[in-house]
Design a protein around this ligand. Structure first.
Ligand code: PHE
Length: 451
């Protein structure tokens, strides 16, 4: 018997779950670094312009495809056009590659919560603390398993009881903590210089790379091309106003990115100087920031709140990407939610263990010169995701035509102010941006250009 598809209870549940997916490590450890590198206010300006044009078009396309077809990515593309069924498979390989290593990193975050909660903050500020931790074969593995199991349990609880309820609870808290830490960071002596560095546009740092970097960041930050937004769209009721929801998701995601910059840039600038901002990702979060917290008055408690915030951001993202896989397995193979979840655990163990060991025991095993985690990140983010999004644009712009999407958005007679913009973006401009992302992110991975 065909079971009824799960649903979010309404607009707010959908918006907070989707915002939960969008707000993740990308906002917290990559946006501040990029803003600092690419001229502060200039980068922010470019990012916001791209968010309301390029990001908006891709996000709209995916969410509407999900709601229109009522299917997870593996079947949704096929339903729109048979010739695009391959895209469903590529789109589902992306989360399969990302989930395991995202859970490894989620494990590191979990570890740092325990570090700050047990008063070991000064140890974490030590030079080799993080490297010693990740190169240990056992400890990161345990935290990886903890993070993964928590994520899978939430997904097992279902779309409404698990994902929606958790997002409704965590996302408002996340926002409050972000605002709280930002305000605190602004009161630090010398912060104003750091804020100026973050916000005042430095046009001398503007180049085509600013646009390329902002495009890539936006694309990752909105959880596009990971199968997630199609899946969440498919759980959204027909009476929900998509255009309004999409605006809210974008505002939430961009607001947290901007707040992350306020939390991180001035504080690092004050305590570590400009050079502290030359590192992105794990280096910034697990090495530089603990040193900053150590010097900051009240840094232990701020550090604890900060890592709780990162954990909330990471867990609401990991459940969304697990759900993309689970819903695809459920749709395609007609398996139950629980069995599909167990399959995801299997995938995580298979690919997550090498990712976790790649920093220690297996550090000499390299693929194209990268450890496992970096390699998985590269293949998914720099290669597969731009390809998925590019073909989505071709499908929507040229095959089923933008009207199929705009009709879905306005099915209840809602206003859709950016309809024209959507058409132009999806047909002409977004594909060009995606090709730029594909090229620049590949070149930067191989060190040919710096990003
Ligand atoms: N938008 C997410 C982020 O910024 C991207 C992501 C979502 C990554 C889900 C993994 C899983 O981190």
């Amino acid at each position: 018997m065909e079971k009824k598809r799960s649903n979010f209870s309404g607009g707010i549940g959908f918006v907070l779950a989707a915002a939960g997916s969008a707000v993740g490590l990308g906002n917290l450890w990559r946006f501040p670094y990029l803003a600092a590198q690419y001229g502060g206010g200039v980068f922010i300006l470019v990012y916001i312009i791209l968010a309301v044009t390029f990001g908006f078009a891709l996000l709209t396309a995916e969410i509407a495809i999900g709601r229109k077809t009522g299917l997870s990515p593996v079947l949704a593309y096929k339903k729109l056009d048979k010739r695009f069924s391959f895209l469903g498979y590529v789109a589902i390989i992306v989360p399969v590659i990302i989930v395991p290593y995202y859970c490894v990193i989620g494990g590191w975050v979990t570890k740092y919560i325990t570090v700050y909660a047990t008063g070991l903050a000064s140890e974490a500020a030590g030079d080799a603390y993080f490297d010693n931790f990740i190169s240990n074969p056992v400890s990161p593995m345990i935290f990886f398993l903890i993070f993964m199991i928590i994520s899978v349990i939430i997904v097992m609880l279902g779309v409404k009881n698990g994902i929606e309820n958790l997002s409704k609870f965590l996302m408002p808290i996340l926002l409050i903590i972000s605002v709280g830490i930002s305000i605190y960071a602004l009161t630090l002596p010398g912060a104003s210089e750091g804020v100026a560095y973050y916000l005042i546009p430095d046009f001398s740092k503007f180049s085509l790379m600013t646009v390329a970097a902002a495009c890539g960041q936006l694309f990752y930050s909105l959880s596009i091309a990971m199968g997630i937004m199609i899946t969440y769209g498919s759980y959204t009721k027909k009476n929900v106003n998509l255009s309004k929801s999409i605006n809210q998701i974008e505002i939430f995601d961009t607001a947290v990115a901007l707040l992350a910059g306020l939390m991180v840039v001035p504080a690092v600038y004050v305590f570590s100087g400009e050079s502290g901002l030359s590192d992105s990702g794990p280096g910034l979060m697990f090495i530089t920031l603990p040193k900053v917290f150590e010097q900051m008055p009240g840094g232990n408690i701020i550090g604890l709140f900060f890592f709780i915030l990162v954990f909330f951001a990471a867990i609401t993202s990991s459940i969304s990407i697990i759900e993309a896989i689970v819903s695809s397995i459920m749709d395609k193979f007609k398996l139950s939610r629980n069995i599909s979840c167990f399959i995801v655990i299997g995938i995580c163990l298979l690919l997550g263990i090498p990712s976790s060991l790649g920093n220690g025991l297996w550090e000499n095993v390299k693929i194209l010169g990268m450890d496992f985690l970096t390699f998985f990140d590269f293949i998914s983010n720099s290669i597969l995701m731009p390809i998925v999004a590019l073909f989505t644009c071709i499908l929507v712009g040229w095959v089923i035509k933008p009207k199929a999407i705009t009709d879905e958005v306005t099915r209840n007679g809602e206003k859709f102010a950016r309809k024209k913009l959507f058409n132009i973006m999806i047909k002409y401009i977004a594909p060009i941006f995606l090709i730029i992302i594909l090229i620049t992110s590949t070149l930067s991975q191989f060190g040919i250009i710096k990003m």
